[in-house]
Design a protein around this ligand. Sequence first.
Ligand SMILES: N[C@@H](CCC(=O)N[C@@H](CS)C(=O)NCC(=O)O)C(=O)O
Length: 198
Amino acid sequence: MKLHDLELSGNCYKVRLFCALLGIPVDIAPVDFMGGEHKTEQFGRLNPFHEIPVLEDAGLVLRDSQAILVYLARKHGGEAWLPTAPAEMAEVMQWLSTAANDVARGPNDARLHDKFSFDIDVARARDKAHRLLRILDTHLAGRAWLALDRPTIADVACFPYVALAPEGGVPLADYPAVRGWIERVKALPGFISMPGLG
Ligand SMILES: N[C@@H](CCC(=O)N[C@@H](CS)C(=O)NCC(=O)O)C(=O)O
């Protein structure tokens, strides 16, 4: 199994982290992101959206970190990380949508602006980040995990850019339940870190 990867990407880290939590090996193929390798025609044959991560597994080529988590959870995680009962599966999936939308357009965009100089309306991204963090903090006030009563890929999908929010000028000081959740994720057996997580 091969992951086309960038160490500083939270979307790629999501996949590395989940492989570590599952205890499955993955070969890392670093992409020269700053050199524009992902924009080449050759990379476009792997992912026509020209984005990382991309996972290759026995002839299968998968783009999008959420889709990759779904694949790995169902292939290697049994019912633990993504159960198949309709309501339970949907409860996890709604947080994958949150990761792809609210997390991406909030804390992720703010970090892209501050850390990688992307041309993004950073005030708007920070507003969205704080709106998301208020919702998460309320949600997590009376529970340990985002979905169900245990860690699932909902937590893995949302974790990186929420935990990295301070790198985009979005402090977590006002969100104690979110900080408690971050510590719980960091305490999971097999957890690995990435630059910026402290
Ligand atoms: N929905 C995709 C988004 C992936 C994405 O935006 N990746 C970034 C790196 S973190 C990228 O490759 N951006 C391409 C670019 O900025 O040119 C996912 O979750 O994997």
